[in-house]
Design a protein around this ligand. Structure first.
Ligand code: GDP
Length: 444
């Protein structure tokens, strides 16, 4: 999970608070001090952290009469809401529309992952059925042409560029005209990676913007520099009309928290994040959803769309019907696991499920996660039909028999049952959402 360490430290602090017999001021201060330390380590700006702590304490004091359990909830809610505010901007990114010939220009410093991100971004839209063309207007860096061309080939997107032409404005214009004449939905322009000091390249970027008049300018930012993102994002914003930011390399660095909050402080909306070198390691960014997932609280809405992508519910009317009625048996979970195992990368799916990223699957631990899922399935193989279908409750002696039969332990069977409860709870929530969305889907 992106920012897994930060997330597990914050959720650990909240969990400790949950376990305290009495929630007094001291307990809350202790919890907040752990959260503050975790945020500082993720390079979040100290002024933000102070604001977050003050706001949480204010909320707690405002509702000072609340009973213990409520107090815990107040702290948790306030922490999530303040973290969310930290990563949000009021400004909304440009909405691209299929059928319109959207022109998107990418800008950023060299080495930030711009070329890789362009391919990920193009692939994101290609998967949605858009016709996407790539134009290489980077005539500055030797190799830029080949790199983008290779990426374009990998995602099967057409490519426009020139080995010999040295004028980026000319190439960009020709490329845009070429794809326009073929009525492409999305035309992406790669520009030279530049440095803050390279005035000439900044002028070239401005000239490109003026000539091709893009619908959207996307600034690609490397998250590993932490808070320094602020200055860079600001410099680009001052030069061209940056409409949104894509943050890269969030998988590889602990400073991601600082980077995200610093960019948000420039009032530039973050629309996607890069979480690895592969083209599908790319996620849409939405602050609340992101925070909930980082904290291991799952995200039902996103889960719904991911599951919908992975398991076409319209092809499984029975499952859809059950889910929409809030029913979900151990057998259904077994079938979900089978699908999840077929999906290849199960990381993103698992992090969306409440409680599931708490150690079940962490980035780099996929193999262990898969082994654990297989073990769960093995336990379920030792259950009988009424148990799997939820017609019969498992008592202690059955749990012991199942543990023996599956070569596992009573503890593992109980863990499976706990996970199942969480899973079923989530599916019940999903059921409420599903009817409306299923109708939308059927109208597709
Ligand atoms: P450019 O110079 O800005 O075009 O950068 P490149 O696209 O060539 O990327 C530079 C390096 O960063 C390459 O090794 C990429 O594989 C790597 N990279 C890009 N995005 C990500 C990401 O989200 N995570 C990780 N770990 N590496 C990335």
């Amino acid at each position: 999970m992106v920012l897994g360490q930060l997330g597990s430290r914050i959720s650990g602090a909240l969990k400790k608070l949950h376990e305290k017999p009495i929630i007094d001021e001291e307990a809350i201060k202790e919890c907040m001090s752990e959260i503050v330390k975790a945020l500082l380590q993720a390079d979040v700006n100290a002024a933000y952290i102070k604001k977050l702590r003050d706001q949480v304490m204010l909320q707690v004091n405002l509702e000072a009469d609340a009973a213990g359990t409520n107090k815990r909830k107040i702290v948790q809610r306030a922490v999530v809401s303040e973290l969310q505010k930290m990563l949000e901007t009021d400004k909304k990114p440009v909405k691209l529309r299929k059928g319109k010939q959207n022109i998107v220009m990418f800008v950023g410093l060299q080495g930030t992952g711009k070329t890789t991100t362009i391919a990920k971004y193009a692939y994101f839209y290609i998967k949605k059925g858009w016709r996407v063309g790539l134009v290489c207007a980077d005539t500055f860096r030797a190799g830029a042409f080949d790199q983008l061309k290779q990426n374009a080939a990998k995602i099967k997107a057409p490519f426009y560029g020139s080995y010999t032409e040295t004028d980026p404005v000319k190439i960009a214009n020709e490329g845009v005209e070429y794809f326009r004449s073929q009525t492409y939905d999305l035309i992406i322009i790669d520009t030279s990676g530049r440095n803050k000091q390279e005035e000439g390249l900044f002028d070239e970027m401005k000239m490109l913007e003026k000539t091709i008049n893009p619908d959207e300018v996307i600034f690609v930012m490397d998250s590993t520099i932490g808070q320094s993102c602020f200055d860079q994002a600001q410099a680009f914003k001052n030069a061209v009309k940056v409409g949104s930011v894509i943050m890269t390399k969030l998988d590889s660095h602990a400073k991601g928290g600082g980077a995200l909050s610093a960019v948000a402080a420039t009032q530039s909306p973050i629309t996607f994040i890069g979480t690895g070198e592969q083209f599908d390691e790319f996620e849409e960014f939405e602050a609340k959803s992101f925070i909930k997932r980082v904290l291991g609280m799952g995200d039902i809405d996103r889960l719904f769309s991911v599951v919908q992508e992975a398991i076409p519910l319209d092809k499984q009317p029975e499952l859809l019907n059950k889910i929409s009625h809030g029913q979900f048996s151990l057998r259904d979970m077994y079938e979900q696991f089978q699908t999840v195992l077929k999906m290849g990368s199960i990381n993103s799916l698992m992090s969306l499920i409440p409680g599931m990223n708490s150690g079940l699957i962490e980035k780099g631990k996929e193999k262990e996660g898969i082994a654990r899922i297989k073990r769960f399935m093995c336990i379920m193989d030792s259950m009988n039909d009424p148990e799997l279908d939820g017609h019969k409750q498992l008592n202690d002696s059955r749990i012991i028999r199942i543990a023996r039969g599956s070569g596992t332990s009573v503890r593992e069977v109980n863990i499976l049952l706990e996970e199942y409860k969480k899973f079923a709870k989530m599916v019940q929530k999903m059921g409420k959402l599903s009817l409306g969305k299923a109708n939308d889907m059927q109208n597709f």
